[in-house]
Each structure stands twice: as structure tokens, then as C-alpha cells.
Design a binder for this molecule. Structure first.
Ligand SMILES: Cc1cc2nc3c(=O)[nH]c(=O)nc-3n(C[C@H](O)[C@H](O)[C@H](O)COP(=O)(O)OP(=O)(O)OC[C@H]3O[C@@H](n4cnc5c(N)ncnc54)[C@H](O)[C@@H]3O)c2cc1C
Length: 330
């Protein structure tokens, strides 16, 4: 049995001191991921710093029409906050399509962003996995890789990032606020998730004792038309095979502005920059949507079992863009 110690932080400074004092410490929020990983012997944590008493659970309106979501805001609370439902329906939708109501009542936004991949080869604790045991290899490359990534992969790792809400936050250029030994930092959320490259074990550019304090989502009028579409093997309590966050502004029949990001297909929540560029100024019709989706998926690298995701992702992009254009949720 591996010893595990626990302390409960009374304020933010206390949390930082407690985390810095033990190299193998981790913050504990809802515990819905961290406790599972400790039990399975996957998390190397030896000390848990419980942060649930910190004043980081609020969701506030920003002067620019955007939102500040505290790191300890629970997924179910964020999903039902009126400002989120009105101005960022895709954020609300992505949260409500995640996990189960019980989990959403416990799980925090900070923990959601730092959740680890559901790749079974990481979680079985014995297969070669460069995330768990750097240098051991990647069993998914030649294994059962039906759920794995097709974008942003490397020869060292093809695991998908599982978060739903992160896909929407990436589409809307959210900023992750942290506080750590180097003081406060603001990280564009796209940079918060690292591609696996040669070091898949390094998932975020933050220190183990750096606390996420919240996420800022800038104001953006087209977010009111935002859509989150999640395609999965069963209709509830399941991770995405493919998901799409989309928002579209149309003037005179042409795409004036667009936000597009994909989940379930990337090693990180995948901002579809190439598709966005291919859409602006084009007719807001299904032919343009289909072409743009194909441009984004051109770089896909498929394995033996996940080639179907290329077509599925393209169809999902078209469906989500049509829904946003027509002012409805998928
Ligand atoms: C059965 C099941 C199904 C799920 N389905 C989905 C799904 O469909 N979609 C989806 O998006 N998610 C899903 N999840 C994941 C779930 O959303 C996450 O487990 C949850 O959001 C993690 O939040 P938490 O507060 O419980 O984090 P914890 O478990 O407490 O922490 C997770 C990690 O984040 C770190 N951490 C937490 N807070 C902070 C902070 N403020 N600063 C720095 N680090 C921090 C912890 O140290 C730990 O490493 C599912 C989970 C389970 C168990």
C-alpha cells in the first residue's frame, strides 16, 4: 500500500505553501478524477491539498460581456447560470452532456481542464504508455484505437483529450488564470493544452504547485448562437467519439465570423483554425461547410480502427454549423 497524506487549505496562500512543500502533491477539488487515478495506481500523488474552502466557486459577468468562471465552480452550477445559458449556450450544453448529474455536482471547472485521458492503455496500469511511463511505448498505436485521436498525434501518443467544455472554451479564446511560485499568470487556453510530441507525459505548461484560479471567457456576440454537438456510442454518460463547438455570424448570406473547435478527435481540444479561415467570406451553405471541414481533416492520421472519425467529424461539423446558422442547438 502506498501512503497518502491530506491537508485542507484555508486560503489561497496556504494552498500554495502546502502544495510547494511536497513535490508529489496535487490539488483536490471534486476528486472525481484524482481519487480514481490514485486508487488505480496511475496518479503519482503522495499528498493531497484540498482546495474546497477557497473562494473560487463564483461565476461572474465581465465588463466586456464575457464571463469569469472560478476554478471551483461546479459543472452543474456553471451549466445553469443564467448568463452562461443566455450568452454561451454551448458552454452550458457541453457541461450538461458531460458525465452524470452526480458527477457534475461534484466536479469543478479547474479539475475538468486537468482531467486526464480516458485511454484504456494509460488506465490499465500495465500496458506500455508514454504518458504513465515515459519511454515505455504506446500500446494504442497497434492496439484497439477506435476511440483515439486523429489530429495532433505523435508516434509517442494518440490519446484524445476527453473534456467537453474545454472544446467550447478553446473555440472562444478563453484564458486560464493561475497563481503559483512565479506569481499570477494568464495562459490562452489553446496553449494550456500541450500536444504530445516527444513528451506526452507533460500535458500542461504549469507547475504541480500552480493553482488554477479561474477561466476568463471574453465577450463575443456570436457566442449567443453557439452550438455544442456531441456524438457518442450511447446518448448519456459517455465520452465523445466526435464533438463540435460552433458559432456562426452570417451577413448577406456569407460567413462574416465563425468559431469552430472539435473534441474526441484531437490529442487536445482542437481549434479548427484552418476550417475557420476557409469559411470566412464564403456562402453560409452546406457545400462551404463541407469543404471547410475537409480542409481541417486533411491532416488526419488514422489508425486501424478510427478512420471512421474522419467522415464522422466532417458530418458533425456541417451539422453544427447548420444548427448555429439556423439558430438552434444541433
Ligand atoms: C464516469 C465519468 C464520466 C465522465 N464523463 C465526462 C464527460 O462526458 N465529459 C467531460 O468533460 N468530463 C467527463 N468526466 C470527467 C469529469 O468532468 C472530471 O472528472 C471532473 O471535471 C474533474 O473535476 P474535479 O473537480 O473532480 O477534479 P479533481 O479530481 O479534484 O482533480 C482533477 C485534477 O485536476 C487538478 N486540479 C483540480 N483543481 C485544480 C486547480 N484549481 N488548479 C490546479 N489543478 C487542479 C487535480 O490536482 C487533479 O490533477 C467524467 C468523469 C467520470 C468519473
Amino acid at each position: 500500500m502506498r501512503p497518502l497524506t491530506y491537508s485542507r487549505a484555508t486560503d489561497i496562500d496556504h494552498a500554495l505553501v502546502l502544495a510547494a512543500a511536497t513535490p508529489r502533491s496535487a490539488f483536490l477539488a471534486g476528486g472525481t478524477t484524482e481519487v480514481d487515478l490514485i486508487r488505480a495506481g496511475i496518479s503519482p500523488s503522495e499528498h493531497l491539498v484540498d482546495i474546497n474552502d477557497l473562494p473560487l466557486a463564483g461565476v461572474e459577468d465581465r465588463a466586456d460581456g464575457g464571463l469569469h468562471i472560478g476554478a471551483l465552480a461546479r459543472m452543474s452550477d456553471v451549466a445553469r447560470t443564467p448568463g452562461v445559458v443566455e450568452r454561451y449556450p454551448a458552454v452550458s450544453r457541453a457541461l450538461l452532456l458531460s458525465a452524470s448529474e452526480q458527477l457534475r455536482n461534484m466536479a469543478s471547472i479547474g479539475g475538468n481542464l486537468r482531467q486526464r485521458t480516458r485511454c484504456p492503455y494509460l488506465r490499465d496500469g500495465v500496458s506500455p504508455c508514454n504518458k504513465r511511463d515515459p519511454g515505455s511505448g504506446c500500446a494504442a498505436l497497434d492496439g484497439f484505437n477506435r476511440g483515439h485521436a486523429i489530429l495532433g498525434t505523435s508516434p509517442q501518443c494518440i490519446a484524445t483529450h476527453p473534456s467537453d467544455v474545454a472544446v467550447v472554451l478553446v473555440a472562444f479564446d478563453a484564458v486560464v488564470r493561475t497563481l503559483g511560485p512565479a506569481g499570477p499568470r494568464s495562459l490562452p487556453i489553446d496553449d494550456f493544452f500541450l500536444l504530445p510530441g516527444a513528451t506526452p507525459e507533460v500535458e500542461h505548461p504549469i507547475a504541480h504547485d500552480e493553482l488554477i484560479t479561474g477561466v476568463d471567457v471574453p465577450g463575443n456576440p456570436i457566442a449567443r448562437r453557439s452550438v455544442y454537438l456531441k456524438v457518442r456510442d450511447r446518448e448519456s454518460y459517455e465520452f465523445a467519439l466526435v464533438s463540435v463547438a460552433a458559432a456562426l455570424a452570417v451577413h448577406d448570406g456569407e460567413v462574416a465570423d465563425v468559431r469552430l473547435a472539435l473534441g474526441g478527435v484531437g490529442t487536445k481540444p482542437w481549434r479548427a483554425h484552418r476550417a475557420e479561415a476557409a469559411l470566412v467570406g464564403r456562402p453560409a451553405d452546406e457545400a462551404s461547410f463541407r469543404r471547410a471541414a475537409a480542409v481541417e481533416l486533411e491532416g488526419a492520421v488514422v489508425g486501424e480502427h478510427n478512420a471512421f472519425k474522419v467522415e464522422l467529424a466532417q458530418r458533425a461539423v456541417v451539422r453544427a454549423l447548420v444548427a448555429s446558422r439556423d439558430g438552434r442547438q444541433s
